[in-house]
Design a protein around this ligand. Structure first.
Ligand code: AKB
Length: 315
């Protein structure tokens, strides 16, 4: 990785990933792109290109002109948004992915794209879900993610494109809030705890989903991309996670800072249904074994970091 182009760079992952990549690989060697201009973003005022990922020609032109050797394709709609407009989701998630893979093939680039715990479905084993297992998701997002995993493997096997990818759980961060995801409650809860001392969760009590702190997610992307390809048995769809949480656990961790924090519920049937179709906890042992995946943030460390960061923003 020397010259890196990032799609969907204004999103939750892209914003922090771009900042980190610039720190490591140099300011001028990372080109963030998104469909809109950066406003109120750490990416404002620096090199940036407008790119609609459904425009294949524009993607290849921007990558060619930048002399990119790596593409990190992050532009995608999240699970709940996909359910609102499944055809739009198909066009953006799959259309964008095919364009990014074709661009990588044409320009001989290394390739990263994230999959998700959304690639699993109700028939998947719920606990300690192995990396290779029955998937059969029941959401459009999940259908996109499984297809994407297979397509990335296909481009590696058939065309020799160095595709790599992980299945992310819910990602918790304070720089840029996610939008339209099922795991978003676990981000909102921190902002509301600091601002109002209470939160109404759209995900029900006792609903477990995997989560990870953003710094660990960013490090996982870099570690996988830097891993010696000859040692990888798999390329894509690595399970990564660091905790399996339900709302009361997050609330208990927050109460170490705000003892009166109140957690209420107003369950959204759509997002609850999606959450119930996903595993309770996934097994990340293949990522650990094959490329040394290692996450540093447990629940309390993540809570302390989130609360401190949100408080300092509000000061
Ligand atoms: C979502 O909830 O849609 C995402 C994900 C787990 O992929 N955060």
């Amino acid at each position: 990785m020397e010259r890196i182009i990032v799609t969907g760079a204004l999103g939750q992952i892209g914003t922090e990933l771009t900042v980190k990549l610039r720190e490591i690989y140099g300011e001028d060697n990372v080109l963030p792109t998104d469909i809109k201009e950066p406003v109120d973003s750490p990416l404002e005022g620096k090199a940036f290109e407008i790119l609609d990922v459904t425009d294949r020609e524009a993607m290849e032109r921007i990558a060619r002109e930048f002399k990119a050797d790596t593409i990190m394709h992050l532009a995608a709609l999240l699970s709940a948004t996909c359910e609102k407009d499944p055809m739009l989701a198909w066009n953006i998630n799959m259309g964008g992915l095919v364009n990014a893979l074709e661009t990588a093939r044409a320009l001989d680039m290394q390739f990263f794209t994230p999959s998700s715990i959304g690639a699993f479905g109700p028939e998947t084993p719920k606990e300690n879900t192995p990396q290779t297992t029955i998937q059969r998701p029941t959401t459009m997002y999940g259908v996109n993610k499984v297809s994407g995993e297979l397509l990335c493997d296909y481009y590696f096997e058939k065309f020799g494109v160095d595709t790599r990818g992980v299945r992310f759980p819910g990602l918790i961060s304070h720089v840029r809030e996610p939008g339209g995801g099922t795991t978003d409650y676990a981000v909102e809860i921190y902002f509301e705890a600091v601002k109002n001392g209470k939160y109404t969760s759209f995900i029900g009590k006792d609903t477990f989903m995997d989560m990870m702190y953003m710094d660990d997610a960013i490090q996982a992307i870099i570690d996988l991309m830097e891993a010696d390809g000859s040692k990888l048995e798999d390329r894509n769809a690595f399970n990564v996670t660091n905790m399996s949480l339900e709302p009361e656990m997050v609330a208990a961790s927050i109460r170490r800072h705000y003892p009166d924090f109140e957690l209420n519920y107003d369950v959204d049937p759509v997002r609850q249904g999606i959450a119930e179709s996903w595993p309770d906890s996934i097994d990340a042992s293949e990522a650990k074994r094959q490329w040394g995946f290692n996450a540093a943030f447990d629940l309390d460390k993540m809570t302390d970091t989130m609360i401190e960061a949100i408080q300092s923003k509000n000061r």
